[in-house]
Write a protein that binds this ligand. Structure first.
Ligand SMILES: O=C(O)c1ccccc1NCC(=O)[C@H](O)[C@H](O)COP(=O)(O)O
Length: 317
């Protein structure tokens, strides 16, 4: 039988998973240290985030086990139709439906906005014509939180909410649902096919939309072969190197892949590095029906007006 690492490697997944305890500690007198080596040092930022997430989730799960989360689900508000909102915005405006990201900071750009009030930003996005919102919940690398997600949901914002997390186990999907998410991100560079399949089913069971994110042709082909995937994000940012190239979206939608996506009626989201009306036109021409945008709009003094700047037109009407 293949080990988890071997299965992942056979699918081209380069991100390695680490047991939550991490590498062993060594002691010399009163000092403790870990010997750094190739096996216990993350090779890139995505691997580092995932290793930290494993530890973080294990702790959170101890405090709130799945059985207690399932009980909380009974009182959770109903989910809103994330896919429906994107389709409707696309039909109404003629532009890709906007998923506007509530993003305070990122590993590649540092702090994006000092005066960061997540609820105010969310309301400004909604007023500016966003179809859906993406709320970063990772604290360590993005200065986000589940409190932000909950606060936005409780403030009466009507746009469906994407929980922008680094999912490494199914427990996080239940947690996101309890905290008010309508959709959740699953990253193909991190999750093997069987996990994506199983997690997509859990999402359906909980009424959540799964946004399955790919970065290259191999990941796209893997995800297209998985039954039940309705929403695929193409990230223009390489999460291992931070390089951003919006032609990635075009490349992955060319030829037979694009045909298959249309046949399956899958909605594709162009993600990252979109700053101008020309960028939006470029990815729309490539075939996306939705875009996910953070930096270019969150940095504007009025993020809602930032949306008009991004599209070259007021899309709130
Ligand atoms: O944004 C980063 O630096 C980053 C680093 C490592 C993993 C993920 C990262 N970002 C997540 C995203 O994909 C973006 O937040 C999202 O697509 C919006 O991108 P942008 O419009 O360029 O802010």
């Amino acid at each position: 039988m293949m080990l988890q690492e071997e299965v992942a490697a056979s699918q081209g997944i380069r991100i390695r998973r680490r047991p939550p305890t991490g590498p062993p500690l060594h002691y010399v007198g009163p000092f403790e240290f870990r010997v750094q080596n190739e096996g216990n040092t993350p090779r890139n930022i995505l691997e580092e985030i995932v290793w930290n997430k494993d530890v973080e989730v294990a702790k959170m799960r101890q405090k709130k086990p799945l059985s207690s989360l399932k009980k909380s689900l009974e009182n959770a508000p109903p989910t809103r139709d994330f896919l429906g909102a994107l389709r409707e915005a696309n039909r109404r405006t003629g532009f890709p439906g906007l998923i506007a990201e509530v993003k305070k900071a990122s590993p590649s750009r540092g702090i994006l906005r000092e005066d960061f009030d997540p609820v105010e930003i969310a309301k400004a996005y909604e007023k500016g014509g966003a179809a859906c919102l993406s709320v970063l919940t990772d604290e360590k690398y993005f200065k986000g939180s589940f409190e932000n997600l909950e606060a936005i949901r409780n403030a009466g914002v009507k746009c469906p909410l994407l929980c922008k997390e680094f999912v490494v186990e199914a427990w996080q999907i239940f947690y996101a649902r309890v905290k008010g998410a309508d959709a959740i991100l699953l990253i193909a560079a991190v999750l093997p096919d069987l996990d994506i399949k199983y997690m997509t089913k859990i999402c359906k069971m909980l009424g959540l939309t799964a946004l399955v994110e790919v970065h290259d042709e191999r990941e796209m082909d893997r995800v297209l072969a998985i039954e039940g995937v309705e929403l695929i994000g193409i990230n223009n940012r390489n999460l291992e190197t931070f390089e951003v190239d919006i032609s990635n979206t075009k490349r992955l939608l060319e030829g037979e892949r694009g045909q298959l996506i249309r046949q399956k009626d899958i909605i594709v989201v162009g993600e990252s590095g979109l700053f101008t009306p020309d960028d939006i036109a470029y990815v729309q021409e490539a075939g996306v029906k939705a875009v996910l945008v953070g930096e270019s709009i969150v940095k504007q003094s009025d993020p809602g007006k930032g949306i008009s700047g991004l599209f070259g037109k007021d899309i709130s009407l």
